[in-house]
Design a protein around this ligand. Structure first.
Ligand code: GTP
Ligand code: SPV
Ligand code: MN
Length: 596
């Protein structure tokens, strides 16, 4: 398999620590995957679903206390605390290795240690980065087989002395008080213990492709971002690419797989998905910014996914998928989640595996009464996505015309606005805020600042991360324009004003028209805001030009309150916040104060 001495001795060392009964190399073959699925079904780790309705699909339930990322138990372990920064949790690396070694010691007795060689990006391409994940979970193996490119070609390319990220995962006892997701960017190492939930254990994803990769990107002059990538195809066949950063469970998968409204479909407009969660961005030879999606699948939020909101996602997960913590329909051995349709199963088990009574569902206590957990997920192959871009496997990536930031804001942020420069755009990203969701454990619905949707994912100091954004701007001769959107403004009843989903296409067209210099805008205190008549409302029920005008208002008082909150947030990040961004903040305050 490999003669890489460093790799082999690391595996020996980890095996000596965890003491598994046996080691099994994962080769990426369907044959081996099938054996593992059968084994997982025989132990109850997974349930095989209805082969006719959901071919090759499985259901898995995590422990009840282990259903989301745990930001409080996620650590960046740099030698110097200040390199991890004030926003990240930190443990001194040596202390962390010692503390976790105690948890790993003997944790795999009676279990198998699987060795997964995987690639983030296309194997052999300039931009691919390799990892080896050691894990005692078949569920992790089967998810990694979908989410990444797994196989021995990775080992060949690592060769005798190539770089790779060393990942160690053990479910251990799933003890939540001893759950740790630890990153050692100076050692190319990730250690995860006592969890079995996606973002904590599929080490290629958030741990590697964002936290470690953001560190590498800073060193090597590129960017790892929590962004979807999509292409908008015009009737003449021209395709323009957009990348967009929204916090967890704020609409990336939905936007990435958007289906344009009928009036646009009839004219020949289409949207193509390149990625739904992570983008690696670098400057191309032509001076533009190019994006690749390092993943090979989607780990999407199930609730709310339906035939109207996101048919492409629904079709993507109807075969070869793994469902985690959804509701199990016992009548026909299929799955269900809130928002799939209006027919909850009458004979079903909830995400906990208990008999479930749909009549007891209470919106105010979703976790306690829902069939599916609010953060239940599907893991699905990119190649099963009906709108997958033909550029998905292009190692050069796609040229980005616009970068879009967005969050869930009931007020403050307008439907869309454009920054006035790269620096101002980086500022707009740095002040992003969003109501928290079920994707991370903790209270849901409070507003928190989440710069570039990367607060939980930057593998170093946030101030240095901002500086890297500013630095990158100077290195991209033909930089994308930067925008901010908010699909989530609510009316006095708390209902969303903007219909969202497919209708967001109307906003994307305005964004791209701005990039081409084809549409005018009003310069406000926060940036360029559309003229209401330039957001096309043809074919939209119940939305008038006045609704759009209302969605585009910039309210002086709530923005001034935000400015104060941003100032405090910058202070919390600390002294490495670049002076340019503080100047941007002062400028914003001044313009708001002068506003009528
Ligand atoms: P992660 O996988 O956690 O990074 O999430 P994501 O950003 O991909 O979010 P996703 O697209 O899965 O959407 C999360 C939730 O937001 C779902 O419940 C969606 O139904 C809802 N949502 C997505 N887009 C819109 C929109 O345009 N309007 C409204 N009102 N809700 C939306
Ligand atoms: C997110 O929370 O942003 C996700 C899901 O994409 S997880 O992989 O669990 O982090
Ligand atoms: Mn995400």
């Amino acid at each position: 398999m490999t003669n890489n001495k460093h790799l082999l001795s690391w595996i020996d060392e980890m095996a000596a620590l965890c003491q598994p009964d046996q080691l099994v190399w994962i080769d990426g073959s369907e044959e081996q995957a099938e054996k593992l699925r059968a084994e997982a079904c025989s132990t109850g780790e997974m349930i095989k679903l209805n082969e006719e309705k959901l071919p090759n699909c499985y259901l898995h339930r995590t422990a009840v206390n282990d259903v989301a990322r745990v930001e409080g138990r996620t650590f960046i372990c740099t030698r110097k605390k200040e390199d991890a920064g004030n926003i990240n949790n930190w443990i001194e690396p040596q202390e962390c290795y010692e503390r976790l070694s105690k948890l790993y010691r003997g944790a795999m007795k009676g279990r198998t240690m699987y060795i997964i060689p995987y690639s983030m990006g296309i194997v052999g391409s300039d931009f691919a980065k390799y990892g080896i994940e050691l894990t005692d979970s078949i569920y992790v193996v089967l998810n990694m087989l979908i989410m990444t490119r797994v196989g021995f070609d990775v080992l060949d390319d690592i060769g005798e002395d190539g770089d790779f990220i060393k990942g160690l995962h053990s479910k251990a006892t799933l003890d939540e008080n001893n759950r740790y997701i630890c990153h050692f960017p100076e050692d190319n190492t990730i250690w995860s213990v006592n969890s079995g939930y996606g973002g904590n254990v599929l080490l290629g994803k958030k741990c590697f492709a964002l936290r470690i990769a953001s560190w590498l990107g800073r060193l090597e002059g590129w960017m790892a971002e929590h962004m979807l990538i999509l292409g908008v195809e015009y009737p003449d066949g021209d395709v323009k690419y957009i990348s967009a950063a929204f916090p967890s469970a704020c609409g990336k998968t939905n936007l990435a797989m958007l289906i344009p409204p009928e009036i646009y479909r009839n004219k020949g407009f289409k949207v193509w998905t390149v990625g739904d969660d992570i983008a690696w961005l670098r400057v191309g030879a032509d001076g533009r910014l190019y994006a690749v999606n390092p993943e090979n699948g989607f780990f999407g939020v199930a609730p709310g996914t339906n035939e109207h909101s996101n048919p492409n996602a629904l079709h993507t997960c109807m075969r070869d998928a793994i469902f985690t913590n959804v509701c199990h329909n016992l009548d026909d051995n299929t799955v269900w989640w809130e928002g799939l349709d209006n027919n909850p199963p009458h004979n079903a088990e909830n995400w906990r595996g208990e008999i479930w009574d749909y009549t007891k569902y209470d919106k105010a206590d979703k976790v306690g009464t829902s069939g599916a957990h609010p953060n239940s997920r599907f893991t699905a192959k990119a190649t099963n996505c009906p709108c997958l871009s033909k550029e998905f496997n292009n190692p050069a990536g796609v040229p980005i015309s616009a970068i879009v930031f967005g969050g869930r804001r009931a007020r403050t942020a307008p439907l869309v606005y454009q920054s006035t420069s790269w620096q101002n755009g980086a500022f707009v990203g740095s002040i992003m805020a969003s109501e928290t969701t079920a994707a991370a454990s903790g209270a849901v619905g409070g507003v928190r600042r989440d710069p570039m949707a990367m607060r939980p994912f930057v593998g170093y100091d946030m101030g240095d991360y901002f500086a890297h954004w500013l630095e990158m701007g100077k290195k991209i001769p033909n930089a994308p324009k930067i925008f901010h959107v908010n699909w989530f403004r609510t009316d006095e009843n708390g209902d969303f004003i903007w219909p969202g989903y497919g209708e967001n296409f109307r906003v994307l067209l305005w964004i791209l028209a701005r990039c081409e210099g084809k549409v005018d805008a009003d310069l406000t205190a926060i940036g360029y805001v559309p003229k209401a008549e330039d957001i096309n409302i043809e074919g939209l029920d119940g939305i008038t030009e006045d609704t759009i005008r209302d969605l585009l208002t910039v309210d002086k008082e709530s923005w001034l309150a935000d400015v104060e909150n941003i100032r405090e947030f910058y202070e919390m990040i600390g002294e490495r916040v670049p002076a340019e961004l503080k100047e941007e903040l002062a400028g914003l305050k001044e313009r708001l104060t002068e506003m009528e």
